[in-house]
Each structure stands twice: as C-alpha cells, then as structure tokens.
Design a protein around this ligand. Structure first.
Ligand code: ADP
Ligand code: BMX
Ligand code: ZN
Length: 289
C-alpha cells in the first residue's frame, strides 16, 4: 500500500501514489476558482478517487496556512477568493484514511532538505501562483505556532508597490509571483498569464522582459534578507515561475550584485514540480523533522 499525496496549489491540483521516495503514478487538474468550498471538494474527490484502493494514508501539501487541519488563505485571491476550508476533515470524510496536511512550501522544503548532502539548514522558495517559503533550521522544519512560519512571500519588497491579496501593500508576492507578474502587465500584455509573459520575454518583448526582471530582482533581494535572518547555507527555488527557463540564472545575477555577506548557494528544486507532493509524503511516512 502507498501514500496518497495531494498538492493543492493556486493554479493546479496534483495527486500521486508515493512508495518511499518514489512517485509511482500521478494525476493533475486545474484548481477551480470559487469562493465556496464545493468546487474544490468536487475537484479533489474526482482527482483522488482512482487512487484510493491502493492508499493506506493521505498526505496533503496545500497552499494557505494549515493549522489544526484547517486551511486559511493568507491571500484568498490565490484560491479564487476561498478563505477557509476544513481540509483534513473533508479528506478524512471521503477517504476513511489517516490524513495529515501541511503548507505546500513547508512540505517542499522538507523534501528538498532531505536531498541536501550535509548541512542542517536551508530555505525553500516557490515562485508559482504566489510566492511561498519553507525554512529548515537545525534540522527542524519550522511551521510556527499557527502555521505561518516561512510565508516569505508576504515580506515587504516595495512600500509603494501593488496591493497584495493579504491586505498589505508591496509584498514580494504582489510583484514576483505568477499572479503578480500577470496583474502588472499592461497594454499588449494585459490579460496574459505569467507563462505567456515568459514566452513574450524570451522573444524580446521589452515590457515582458521588465516584468520577469522585476520578479527576479525582487526574489534576489528577498534571498539576501533570508540570508541575513537565517544565515542558511542553501536556498532552493521551485514553482513553475521559479523553474522557468532562464529565471534562476537571472535571480543569481541580481543576488551577485548584493554585498558578499548576503551570498548563498542557490539551486533549483531537485524534485522539480513534485517537491510538495514528496515532502508531504515523507513527513506522513515518518521521515519527521
Ligand atoms: P501552483 O501555484 O498551483 O503550485 P505552479 O507552480 O504551476 O502552480 O505555478 C503557476 C504559475 O506559474 C502561474 O502563474 C503560471 O502562469 C506560471 N507558469 C506555469 N508554467 C510556466 C512557465 N513555463 N514559465 C513561466 N511561468 C509559468
Ligand atoms: C500564498 C499563500 C501561501 C502559499 C503560497 C504559494 C494562500 C492561499 N497561499 O502566499 O500559503 O504557500 O501562496 O502557493 O494564502 P502556490 O499555490 O503558489 O504554490
Ligand atoms: Zn501579501
């Protein structure tokens, strides 16, 4: 029997059967956009039903603050306006299996930490629909007293920047995330998503290049702040924006312009888009922090 891992992101839902550290089967679908839980419930049920007969437990990595099994959005705009969802209760109800749940970036941080050769600290950053983070210090994954630890996307990047869905102005997420990049696009790029804007940037369209550069520069400044706060030895980047062609080298270039004390080893997520799934599965299987 396997662990059924589920990753709830602002753009896509993924589910996989995991044995040890290996994904044996995987499915994906878009995240429904609705302020009411019903659409998410239906999408989750359809996604996981084919796996249920082969699973002995469920491990969920989800966007949002996960505390006592309940999902609370710090940025409800990332989940179609959905601010509150009884995650563990709902999945226990439809699976009749033991269920654990943790924030997606915290889960991914744990998976990535387990691949690092030596060292006992690291910070994971996902640049995806939002900007999420997970922090491991002294070999321990930090979740905080209420699940908020590591929400680095909601640190301040520009006090005059765009309003963030969390209610604060100028968060890193409002500038650097996929949603943030798309929201700042104007004129010929208005209405495009981040993926399409990256295609335009690769073709040399100046506004698209500026939006991608602003995201990468904002992330590099965040990484320097992270270094100052944690003195970590490794920063690992994931998410579809973070893993997009050319993005990490651009972040590294901006980081190299910061003073020497802020330099830190940067790498792309070893598990690529599956870090959240695997991290939740590892934690549920007892590779505890
Ligand atoms: P989730 O946030 O659901 O975990 P992703 O990590 O796939 O999902 O992030 C979704 C965001 O990444 C969207 O804003 C999307 O436009 C953007 N995106 C997806 N693919 C790419 C790509 N190849 N290049 C740049 N951005 C991408
Ligand atoms: C947001 C927040 C974080 C999450 C991050 C990345 C919500 C719904 N989510 O900052 O909890 O880790 O986005 O999420 O408030 P993703 O969907 O982009 O992977
Ligand atoms: Zn914010």
């Amino acid at each position: 029997m396997s662990t059924l891992a589920i990753d709830i992101g602002g753009t896509k839902l993924a589910a996989a059967l995991v044995d040890g550290q290996t994904i044996t089967e995987r499915r994906e679908c878009p995240t429904p956009a609705s302020q009411t839980p019903q659409a998410l419930q239906e999408a989750l049920q359809a996604l996981i039903t084919p796996f249920l007969s082969r699973a002995e437990r469920v491990a969920v990595a989800s966007t949002g603050i996960i505390h006592n099994g309940v999902l609370t959005s710090i940025n409800p705009a990332n989940l179609g306006g959905l601010a509150h969802f009884p995650l563990v209760g709902f999945i226990s109800g439809i699976t009749a299996l033991p269920v654990m749940a943790i924030n997606d970036a915290q889960a991914a941080a744990w998976a990535e930490f387990c691949t690092l050769p030596g060292g006992d600290d690291m910070v994971f950053l996902t640049v995806s629909t939002g900007v999420g983070g997970g922090v491991v210090l002294n070999g321990k994954l930090q979740t905080g007293s209420g699940g908020l630890a590591g929400h680095l996307g909601h640190t301040l990047a520009d006090p005059d920047g765009p309003l963030c869905g969390c209610g604060r102005r100028g968060c890193v997420e409002a500038i650097a995330s996929g949603r943030g990049i798309a929201a700042q696009a104007q004129g010929e790029l208005a209405g495009l998503d981040a993926k399409a804007i990256f295609v335009q940037a690769a073709q040399g369209v100046p506004q698209a290049r500026c939006l991608v550069a602003r995201s990468a520069h904002t992330l590099a400044r965040l990484i320097a702040d992270v270094k100052a706060v944690t003195d970590c030895r490794n920063v690992v980047i994931g998410g579809s924006v973070g893993l997009a062609d050319g993005y990490l080298p651009l972040v590294a270039e901006y980081l190299s312009q910061e003073p020497e004390i802020y330099q830190v080893a940067l790498r792309a997520a070893h598990y690529r888009h599956d870090a959240g799934l695997l991290g939740a599965a590892l934690l549920a299987q007892g590779y505890a922090s």
